[in-house]
Design a protein around this ligand. Structure first.
Ligand SMILES: *Cc1c(COP(=O)(O)O)cnc(C)c1O
Length: 397
């Protein structure tokens, strides 16, 4: 099918939640994707920070194929070999002792909110309130749009989940004042993704951890986007030298096969007992095998160092563009999670980049977002920088 035919079928049969788009991508390999007409693009968006090892990474593809020929799915009513291997490997590389596997970011965050509530109920002292940050993004289910600190995601879906409150991000005093005896958990992204690539100060993140300890509140870090090497550490909280009580993962965890995960300490894991939470698909053999292969590559020596080196190169290049183009307001980046805040909506820039053969995207209206596969090389980055330089020079704003 060509793009026109795909679009026609889409418009006839798909519920219109995504609006008009110009691309139908049909194939991928490494840093490249191809549209239905065979045109190649350099992918600097990775399906929103998902294909972190690049498209169709041979080791992940091999693991998927082997698992697909062995056993695609069984229920969590039975033990699942690749799932327990994945949990063991995740534990070895994180603070977490125990894992629950979900289907995506939203269902991992749902599990985290349920666990936090049940943990305190179990202790005989229910504390149902959960505090999240303004500008945050935690998913699209009713509970997670309620947790999401952006009214536009909640409008029209009321009544929402009771017990959620919002505080300004990166403002320790505001959090201190918001915590009450009813507060059971604080849920934050260690770098806000959809909210515009916002990086908190180390003092803030350390302060949040101390405050949570002081007030007996669980700290949930939503690392759905920041996790799995995206920021140059396997998990972004490592930059701040803190550990959460609960972490959630999804996007890049299986390099594109749908999966979500919740990790927590042994103590917090006691909040769930048999029968209290479950899922049909979460952590099934296929997605677990894909995640196991993905994590095996990401934890090899040199992998994260590469992310930091190329990330620094990208950031330095963007700083140079800032001096040249008044349209750039601020560069915010950590590893290969990169935001370029502009003085105006970035849609024309995104469109011009795609026309030039480079896929990037927005993070809110005024922020251009680059979340490329982590295998990106400096020569790709130089090409992106040169193209952006030219486009910003030509733009009639
Ligand atoms: C993408 C994202 C989610 C939602 O994940 P889904 O897989 O779309 O449900 C949640 N939290 C953060 C920080 C995200 O970036």
């Amino acid at each position: 099918m060509d793009t026109k035919a795909i679009k026609a079928l889409n418009d006839a049969h798909i519920i219109n939640t995504y609006g008009e788009r110009n691309l139908a991508l049909v194939r991928g390999e490494g840093m490249s994707v191809w549209d239905a007409e065979g045109r190649e693009y350099l992918d600097c968006f990775a399906g929103i920070a998902v294909a972190s090892l690049g498209h169709c990474h041979p080791e992940v593809t091999d693991a998927i194929c082997k698992q697909a020929q062995t056993l695609v799915h069984v229920s969590n009513l039975y033990y699942i070999e690749p799932q327990v291997q994945l949990a063991e490997l995740l534990s070895r590389h994180s603070f977490a002792d125990r894992w629950f596997f979900a289907n995506c970011g939203a269902t991992a965050n749902e599990a985290a909110m349920k666990l936090a509530r049940r943990y305190w109920t179990q202790k005989g002292a229910p504390k149902p309130e959960i505090i999240t940050a303004e500008q945050s993004f935690h998913g699209r289910t009713i509970a997670t749009i309620t947790a999401t600190g952006q009214p536009k995601y909640r409008e029209g879906f009321e009544p929402l989940l009771p017990g959620l409150r919002y505080v300004p991000y990166n403002d320790l005093e505001a959090l201190r004042q918001a915590i009450t005896p009813q507060t059971g958990a604080v849920m934050l992204e260690p770098v806000q993704g959809e909210g515009g690539i916002r990086i908190p100060s180390t003092d803030y993140m350390k302060g949040v951890r101390e405050l949570c300890d002081e007030q007996n509140v669980l700290l949930i870090l939503d690392e759905v986007q920041t996790g799995m090497g995206r920021t140059g550490r396997l998990f972004a909280h490592e930059h701040f030298d803190i550990q959460p009580d609960i972490i959630t993962l999804a996007k890049a965890l299986a390099n594109g096969v749908p999966i979500g995960a919740l990790g927590c300490t042994e103590e917090v894991a006691q909040g769930f007992a048999p029968g209290t939470h479950a899922t049909t698909f979460g952590g099934n053999p296929l997605s677990s095998a894909a995640a196991l292969a993905t994590l095996s590559v990401m934890t090899r020596p040199g992998f994260l160092e590469h992310v930091r080196t190329v990330g620094d190169h990208f950031r330095d290049g963007l700083y140079r563009l800032t001096e040249k183009h008044g349209a750039i307001k601020e560069i915010r980046s950590l590893g290969l999670m990169i935001g370029v805040e502009m003085t105006q909506p970035v849609k024309p820039v995104v469109d011009a980049m795609i026309t030039a053969g480079i896929i990037c995207g927005p993070a809110g209206p005024n922020v251009l977002r680059f979340v490329p596969p982590l295998i990106i090389e400096t020569h790709h980055v130089d090409h992106v920088l040169n193209t952006l330089d030219r486009i910003l020079g030509e733009l009639q704003w």
